[in-house]
Design a protein around this ligand. Sequence first.
Ligand SMILES: [Mg+2]
Length: 169
Amino acid sequence: MGFFENFYPDEYVRSTYEIDFESLYKQGYRGVIFDVDNTLVPHDAPADDRAKALFKRLHDIGFKALLLSNNKEPRVKHFAEDVKYASYIFKANKPSRSGYFAAMKKMGTTSGTTLFVGDQIFTDVWGAHRAGIRNILVHPINPKEEIQIVLKRRLEAIVLKRYFSHNSK
Ligand SMILES: [Mg+2]
């Protein structure tokens, strides 16, 4: 396995809101771990109606949901309260695997029945990959990002270019 493959997502979609969770449930998945910022809403934005509807829908399908964020507790706690139907872990220290394992323990799921959805390759996808969890990379919602994230995006672009050429072979 090459160096770049460590960072390849299992899937790439334009938006969290395009994911077919109904069919993923039928495939046997029971828990979904979400990154928050730029995955569900723009960075530091409150939960909007679209996010609230998604968590209600997941609950109705039968999924457990959990917010796994490197952000601070007030941010993640308020978001969880707003969307309901989701527990949370803050300062998760992604790409460390510990937060992903804690998330599965909270949801009562395993690496075989859990999905991860996030917008960053070097934190979200890499951590899920290391924890053995199927991961879906989404296009970040907000184009206005802090400089350290902009620099990471440039590195991500290198990985994604290889990923797409790898997938098209
Ligand atoms: Mg994010």
